[in-house]
Design a protein around this ligand. Sequence first.
Ligand code: GTP
Ligand code: MG
Length: 355
Amino acid sequence: MSLTKSVLEGNRLSISRLLTQVENDSPEARTTLAELFPHTGKAHLIGVTGAPGTGKSSLVNQLALHYRKSEDASKKVAIIAVDPSSPFTGGAVLGDRVRMRDLSGDDGVFIRSMASRGSLGGIAKTTASLVQVFDAAGFEIIIIETVGAGQSEVDIARLAHTTVVVEAPGLGDDIQAIKAGILEIADVLVINKADRPGVEITERALRSTLELAHPTKRVFRHHGRNLSVADSSTNQNDINKTMWIPPIKKTVATEGKGIAELAESIAKHAAHIRQSGDWAARDRARLGSELDALIREELMNRFLDDIPQEKYDEVVEKVLNRNLSPYEAVKFLVNGNAPHLFPLARQERGGNKEK
Ligand SMILES: Nc1nc2c(ncn2[C@@H]2O[C@H](COP(=O)(O)OP(=O)(O)OP(=O)(O)O)[C@@H](O)[C@H]2O)c(=O)[nH]1
Ligand SMILES: [Mg+2]
């Protein structure tokens, strides 16, 4: 049987094999991905991001257990953990071990950890391909965990249908997420480790920042009146039809507390964006960004294939010696356009007309 066919049937061994091929960016993987692509577009992608050690892995583990145990037991869950080996905490390893114990033996759950080797662009591309494999293999829920440490990791989570941003109390007065600017991408906010002191302080800080940062919290005109979303005198039902206000959920992942409520918020968000058309908009944004990245890579490869290494090195040397600015260098390398610095190039191109 072809690999494509057995992946479509959800065969775990075949999925594993393909995931490895995808991570190695092999030509076979590209062929199989192309065959699988028409079968994608069904899964609900949930991005989970937040500062290191806030409990993302524990939370994702609990969410998966919840989806498997609840009335949605028929739903298959895939977890992609990007950069699971955070240098800041040893927690990830523990989280992964807990995962293994609770979820192993369940055929409806597939966990793939992706070491953050290689460039961030590479990680984004690989993540996108892994998502396609799971989607085609019939996993209705795909959770992508990234450490909200850099813009690229945040972008990966942001391009999901639903983005969950995880906070924990006691991270100091400057909440980490605010510093990293990831609060505004949150569809659902979680204060995990709600068993720890300082939950109220964190919640207050999140709420006030949310009101400033989130566009839906701005004052707007409604039936000719200036209103703020927080204004309880307005008909919330009217407003909620078009606007999503990110809820703040408190959880204790280690004890499974608040997980059902979190899952409910995630489901509500999915229903909301399906109705508002934002689901399709997000799909478009994600696929557009994948396409952009692939075009960039393809053009760069073609460019590098076309240019002799010595010529490239020569130009770098000129930039290094300040004989050429990087902009001029690009002009020359891409368009052959810097005749005053490369007399040879001018002759080759039949220049000299102005002399
Ligand atoms: N007290 C308490 N500890 C928790 C809770 N959730 C997770 N932890 C602990 O916090 C540590 C980090 O948890 P992880 O789930 O690995 O956190 P993470 O955000 O995935 O970490 P990185 O992937 O390294 O960024 C582990 O020791 C967990 O047991 C919680 O709700 N309460
Ligand atoms: Mg983790």
